[in-house]
Design a protein around this ligand. Structure first.
Ligand code: SF4
Ligand code: SF4
Length: 195
């Protein structure tokens, strides 16, 4: 039997120290290098049991320059922005903001995990808001499922129907009046972020 075991140990030669230096310049990421790897963030994170790398490990990956691992992990997409880690970090590292920055880079560099619904949802949400000025639940869910895992639609059917009957989901394609102005504002933000 030909079994393949992925290597989990990292070699220093695979690191990109220059990338690590660049990340430290982004707002919220400045204190990453002061991490003492105490693990308080991982211990307090309500979602760390579902993550491939704990928040402590993600901070460690950035600090050591392991760009691809940090940007392609699921952890950054599972982060619920609850800020518990940031509140308790003894080094006052803004871990939640670091996660946001990694998400932006992962989308920009096309390194997010393939067929994982959350980054697909983020991208499609942005596209819909860009074209209509507001989100639209039905097209958003359909696009997310079709571009990631269509089978999740079966698990969402009942709650979707209940929300529709309760009037919480609209099938109308509403648009705001100032879509052009919104697009101009969003493209200015993208330009300012170098995206
Ligand atoms: S709580 Fe802060 S110092 Fe401790 S491992 Fe997490 S990021 Fe590092
Ligand atoms: S902000 Fe994200 S990483 Fe930090 S504790 Fe909450 S879910 Fe975990």
């Amino acid at each position: 039997m030909n079994m393949k075991f992925p290597r989990t140990m990292k070699f220093q030669r695979e690191a990109e120290p220059l990338w690590s230096e660049q990340v430290l310049k982004f707002p919220g990421c400045e204190r990453v290098s002061s991490c003492i790897q105490c693990g308080t963030c991982s211990g307090t994170c309500p979602l760390s049991i579902y993550m491939d790398y704990t928040p402590r490990k993600v901070i460690g990956l950035i600090r050591e320059g392991f760009r691809e691992d940090a940007l392609s992990c699921r952890t950054i997409w599972l982060c619920a922005s609850c800020y518990s880690c940031a509140v308790l970090c003894p080094q006052k590292i803004h871990i939640t903001d670091v996660m946001y920055h990694l998400k932006q880079e992962a989308i920009k560099d096309n390194l997010f995990p393939r067929r994982f619904p959350i980054p697909v949802l983020a991208k499609e949400f942005f596209k819909i808001v860009l074209s209509r000025g507001r989100s639209a639940e039905v097209p958003l869910v359909l696009r997310m499922a079709l571009k990631s895992n269509p089978f999740i639609l079966f698990t969402m059917m009942r709650s979707g129907w209940n929300l529709f009957r309760a009037g919480r989901i609209s099938l109308k394609g509403d648009r705001i009046k100032g879509v052009a102005e919104l697009r101009a504002a969003l493209s200015a933000v993208k330009e300012a972020n170098g995206a």
